[in-house]
Design a protein around this ligand. Structure first.
Ligand SMILES: CC(C)(COP(=O)(O)OP(=O)(O)OC[C@H]1O[C@@H](n2cnc3c(N)ncnc32)[C@H](O)[C@@H]1OP(=O)(O)O)[C@@H](O)C(=O)NCCC(=O)NCCS
Length: 158
């Protein structure tokens, strides 16, 4: 774990596409096409992507769609050389904080049943399994666990 203050989070721009996609390619057996990130970052008004930066280097990213009062976290990944340092937790906390500011009621995501690292991350942040999408991933027909966190807004807390 490194100090949160040395992990900077900022909004992603199209100039970050190369670095984001390099992390995507290093992180998944079946990476998303580069075009998917291009569309989300430049055209999709519902999408917000952020990058985590350490010493000027992009070491992780997160993407979410804000739609119908909910935050759908569609991707989060950390450069394999920077894992277990708190990067993904920092990105998730940042995006959940933004959702809270925007008065979003609920955050949810899908995770492969076999991805215990990600599941542990989400559970540690208060997400709970709320459903299963059977054979959701076309590459190996693996099930997705749907994980959800209800968000309590700052002005409604005790
Ligand atoms: C899952 C992933 C994003 C975690 O990123 P990370 O920056 O290493 O995560 P963090 O350092 O913030 O870890 C936060 C917590 O997540 C859990 N966690 C992370 N990696 C883990 C692992 N390999 N095994 C078990 N738990 C793990 C732990 O609870 C950890 O807290 P701890 O280090 O205090 O024990 C990263 O492994 C990754 O990029 N994987 C490939 C892409 C992916 O699967 N994304 C999720 C798609 S749903």
């Amino acid at each position: 774990m490194i100090a949160n203050s040395s992990i900077n989070v900022r909004l992603a721009s199209i100039r970050d596409l190369k670095a984001i996609w390099a992390i995507e390619e290093a992180s998944y057996a079946t990476p998303w096409p580069r075009e998917t990130f291009f569309v989300d970052i430049t055209l999709n008004a519902d999408a917000k992507y952020f990058v985590a930066v350490i010493d000027g280097r992009i070491v992780g990213f997160i993407g979410g769609w804000f739609k119908e009062g909910a935050l759908h976290i569609v991707n989060v990944a950390t450069d394999p050389h920077y894992r277990r340092m708190g990067v993904a937790r920092h990105l998730m906390t940042f995006l959940l904080g933004l959702a809270d500011d925007l008065k979003v009621d609920r955050a949810f995501l899908e995770v492969r049943r076999s991805n215990t690292a990600a599941e542990e991350l989400y559970e540690s942040l208060g997400f709970e399994v709320s459903g299963v999408k059977e054979m959701y991933y076309p590459d190996n027909l693996e099930d997705a666990l749907v994980m959800t966190k209800e968000l309590k807004h700052a002005d409604s807390r005790d």
